[in-house]
Ligand binder design. Sequence first.
Ligand code: NAP
Length: 307
Amino acid sequence: MEKSKVLVVGGAGFIGRRLVAASLAQGHPTFVLMRSEIGVDVDKVQTLLSFKAKGARLVEASLDDHAGLVAAVRQVDVVVSALSGTYIRSQVKLVEAIKEAGNVKRFLPSEFGMDPSKMEHALAPGRITFDDKMEVRRAIEAASIPHTYISCNCFAAYFCPNLGQIGTLLPPKDKVRVYGDGNVKVIFVDEDDAATYIIKTLDDPRTLNKSIYLRPSENILSQSDLIVKWENLSGNVLEKIYIPADEFLASMKDKDFGNQFVMGHIYHIFYEGCRTNFDIGEDGAEATLLYPEVEYTRMDDYMKRYV
Ligand SMILES: NC(=O)c1ccc[n+]([C@@H]2O[C@H](COP(=O)([O-])OP(=O)(O)OC[C@H]3O[C@@H](n4cnc5c(N)ncnc54)[C@H](OP(=O)(O)O)[C@@H]3O)[C@@H](O)[C@H]2O)c1
């Protein structure tokens, strides 16, 4: 079967550049949106040029230029967005362009974390992410655009080697803050694997208009499981400081916006178990079961580079 043509939006970002690589690796003619606002961001220009060198086509357009976006979207069959932050809401403009173009067989909005439809109760201010993602879903569904929503759970780089600690991406050296009893199950995913699974869904009729969850069974681990894995790898036993939920929530109050944002997400993941506390329903499927041929990375292997 001929592979669909894919446009990646937000391709220079953390997950976006992995999506471009996975799309090329899986043989899709790959297009990357080069936003006109790129200015003098030299790293971004270099990253985009590196995609071109690997066979991707750069398509220049701005999210604020409807006609340009429609023209970009008309060149492809599938649009995958990996925009972040305040740009998540801007995807509504992309939805409008896809609607007008009328040729897109599948749109994957930028989700790739927790399923926003399961986060109605989320704490402010971190809930903005989920609210914005839900607004984009409503626009997609109102325009009857074929879609796939992907929940990647925790990207390892952000949550695994730091053992869930806030304000660092590196393993702690002496002490580790343990959330509650440390036994709530969390799901960790290597971000390169996430991109591989995401691209696999694009031409798959089983994932049309569905929510796909990445739940690699050997990466469903509690914070305590993760700490033991790191202690075994590093040969360094850490002092554990247990933080009860009420203490954690109380400590959020005097923090700035950014810290409150992150702490809210940490609370839902490590205290509430929002990655694992629901079953996948009939409108969903699990990626490692759909694509058993993918050899996913286990977290012991992932953490070896940090020793
Ligand atoms: N599962 C997890 O653990 C996890 C972790 C992090 C993120 N996520 C999710 O993954 C998705 C993508 O996140 P990411 O971390 O890959 O995104 P990112 O690297 O922060 O940014 C992605 C792209 O968004 C655009 N962008 C965002 N902020 C911008 C700004 N201030 N100025 C200019 N451009 C900006 C850029 O697009 P251009 O390339 O067009 O310039 C950028 O390359 C989001 O939906 C996010 O919620 C999940």
